[in-house]
Ligand binder design. Sequence first.
Ligand code: HEM
Length: 538
Amino acid sequence: MALTEDTVRWLVKMGISIAPIFFTLIALLATVLVYCYAPYWAVRRVPGPPPIPLVGHLPLLAKYGPDVFSILAKRYGSIFRFHMGRQPLVIIADPELCKEVGIKKFKDVPNRSIPSPILASPLHRKGLFFTRDTRWSTMRNTIISLYQPSHLASQVPTMQSVMDSLTANLPNSEHEDIVFSNHSLKMATDIIGQSAFGFDFGLSKQHSLSNSMNCGEGSDDIDDEVSDFIKQHIYSTTTLKMDLSGSFSIILGLLLPIFQEPFRQILKRMPWTIDYKVYQTNLKLTRRLDEIVEKRSSNRDDRIQSKDFLSLILNARESQKTAKDLFTSDYISALAYEHLLAGSATTSFTLSTILYLVAGHPEVEKKLVKEIDDFGPHDLMPTAHDLQNKFPYIDQIIKEAMRFYTVSPLVARETSREVEIGGYVLPKGTWVWLALGVLAKDPKHFPEPHKFKPERFDPNCEEEKQRHPYANIPFGIGPRACIGMKFAIQELRLALVHLYQRYTFRHSPNMEKPLAFDYGIVLNFKHGVKLRVKKRTS
Ligand code: HEM
């Protein structure tokens, strides 16, 4: 509203000078502008589309989904700016630059940036993924021994028994749809439950859980403790959104981070808000995990015999001084929970995409089935050694499917000091994200990138020989790469042998084409993967 002459005269009469009001307003405006634009200013030289105040490029993410990064890479090159709300990200979309960030300059970029959904969740922050600097390296060095080949080999029978339960529950009819992604999530959760906690969730044995696994809210017929835990776990994970569809405090964290924590503190007390529900769920999960840790800590005799992740960390805590200081019970809970989180959604997504892709490519299915039949009779269980050496085509299929649908298309890192990357000087605290999904679809490294061709990963193929070694890095790169990679690959190989010894799969006519995705902390299916199962004769 403009100040009229009368108002000015009235203000003067009342002894109120306009100047202080005017300057206060200007100062306020300047503060807001500085707050909004300070992070942008620090990386303004890196090319990118002009950001919209506050929301940045989130509307582009909403419009194009994760494909937006390939579109921007085409326009702006292999290093560009993308604004996740107020926060600018420097996106790296070139294998050589990924090597520079992930390996050569790892000392300058050793940590992950913490996005707003995670900031609000201590349970997620205390795992390996988001711990920082020396705490991270000491934690990682202690638990890396759990991923040695001998330990992985001991997990094969456990994996196999869960897969037996899964296949016992698949229908016999070729005319019935199964939401395979639900089955594979149950399978992966059961496997990781046993290897992380030594605990059998028994989901693969239960037919009735299939729908609740997907929606996260659960259905009424599931009321026992285990199902409750799983429901909470899935709710807690699926509400971690990267776009503007999360809770109010998460949205604030993207737009005006300064207000996120105060608002979360208020909203978590209001029962009708998503923040309340997320808080309550995380509280219950944390309590449940603390109970599990407590129980296992006190049961020393059982624990010494056990080979699960939780027992092994607790044993290490007893025998090593560093581990004792480091692994307080809150960190142990977070680490064990992180295993459940990191090991279930990613692996089950990948297995579902493999079945979906193979079902649409009969020539690939034929070669796969032949490799499996050549291995031996259909009830022969492969050992860890067999899995590693006798199924080269399965490995090509896994690599190609992970390239085709990259479950974790972005990997978050943050600079710890000023560093030069790709010709740009980036100040301390810059969020540098590696765009694995863009690399995987770059025709320079993968001719005809939208075709599913496992043979492109055949070691004798020219394309494979000439490709940059870091063009396909679905498990990340360098010292901070996925710690569970070998575990996941062993599980995927075994699941494929087990399934195709018994079945082949076809697309359901009720499935959307192309597959639709949700973008949370990892990629997820919007409507699941629906398939039809055909039993094989032995
Ligand atoms: C197909 C399955 C999986 C995929 C595609 C995957 C992908 C990834 C990616 C891309 C990262 C980030 C790497 C980086 O920053 O360079 C990561 C980190 C991590 N993953 Fe996985 N992962 C999978 C399975 C698993 C499993 C089974 C576990 C646990 C048993 C696991 C535990 C972790 C942990 C703890 C980290 C953090 C490592 C650190 O910061 O030191 N992942 N994963």
